[in-house]
Design a protein around this ligand. Structure first.
Ligand SMILES: NC(=O)c1ccc[n+]([C@@H]2O[C@H](COP(=O)([O-])OP(=O)(O)OC[C@H]3O[C@@H](n4cnc5c(N)ncnc54)[C@H](O)[C@@H]3O)[C@@H](O)[C@H]2O)c1
Length: 285
């Protein structure tokens, strides 16, 4: 099975980042979101990134234009019917992912692999809504997708060896390093990284220090590239809350989302993407 065309569901920071990686690796890409505005915003993010590469002399204008010709967008999920491999990167919400996978199962041929970029939801659980759980897999990119090298690959209970092999090979073709994790909520990466962010938010909530100091202590003391609060702002506080809720449901109160995190999400302070989280970022991105 040769993969030529990749469908991406969701044009947010991860969907557009994954689309950028895929199109830059030579694949035709069709990126879908629910509104024209979201699709355009995702496309602009990709164009801006390629413009920066041209400015830095890493590619020519004609190379950029050739790559961008391979990127198309839509707001209709059924348009993804002709894609060979689909990567879902819509918001972290179980009923929504079920709705998307149910529809993808209807509009694509049975052999099409349906991958999810979920940060935390069990792949077995997502796959259960489809009639092809053997062709469903977790393909977990990291943020920002064009920069981060890792793809965590997660097999659901009945994901086939072939699906795993094709997904692994695709990851390598995208210039990434695939590593496998078992299908438990949060896998390996999110269970550790999101606990770190949530605990960092608790230290702020409990008055242990100012946001800047909490981040600086973890950067200087543990050699982390980003502190927990700035990382949470980058990931998106809505996503952090969703992931912690999945972990809490699966493993108990050890993973209870910090009340301050809940309050920020309720206020619409979602981090970099809304211009305000634990820090202020001026204009919305
Ligand atoms: N943010 C991160 O650091 C990160 C890292 C790895 C994985 N993830 C996962 O990637 C997924 C997306 O996260 P994000 O950070 O890109 O969120 P985001 O909020 O930036 O983007 C989500 C996008 O999904 C769109 N959407 C909602 N319903 C849709 C539908 N039915 N069909 C298509 N698009 C729909 C929204 O309009 C929005 O554009 C989540 O599952 C998240 O857990 C996030």
């Amino acid at each position: 099975m040769e993969i030529k065309k990749i469908g991406i569901v969701g044009a947010g920071q991860m969907g557009s980042g994954i689309a950028e990686v895929a199109v830059g690796s030579g694949f035709d890409v069709l990126m879908r979101d629910v509104t024209m505005e979201a699709v355009q915003k995702g496309r602009m993010r990709i164009v801006t990134d390629f413009d920066k590469r041209v400015q830095k002399g890493k590619m020519t204008t004609s190379e950029k234009e050739e790559i961008l010709q391979k990127l198309s967008t839509t707001i209709k999920l059924e348009d993804l019917g002709k894609c060979d491999f689909i990567i879902e990167a819509a918001v972290e919400n179980i009923p929504l992912k079920w709705e998307i996978f149910k529809k993808l199962n209807e509009v694509t041929p049975r052999e099409t692999i349906l991958a999810s970029n979920t940060s935390s939801i069990s792949i077995t659980r997502i796959a259960s809504i489809t009639q092809r759980p053997d062709r469903v897999i977790g393909m977990h990119f990291f943020n920002p997708a064009p920069v981060m090298k890792l793809i965590e690959i997660i097999r659901g209970l009945v994901t086939s060896d072939e699906t795993f092999r094709i997904t692994r090979e695709l990851s390598l073709k995208m210039g990434k390093t695939p590593l496998e994790a078992s299908d438990f909520p949060g896998f390996i990466s999110s269970r550790l990284i999101f606990s770190f962010m949530n605990e960092g938010i608790y230290t702020l909530y409990e008055g242990l220090g100012k946001a800047e100091d909490i981040d600086a202590i973890m950067k200087m003391g543990a050699n982390h590239p980003m502190g927990p609060l700035e990382l949470a702002d980058l990931v998106g506080l809505d996503t952090v809350l969703s992931v912690m809720s999945v972990l809490q449901e699966a493993f108990g109160d050890k993973y209870r989302p910090c009340p301050l995190l809940t309050k920020y999400v309720e206020a619409g302070y979602l981090g970099v993407k809304t211009g305000r989280g634990f820090y202020s970022y001026g204009e919305k991105r």
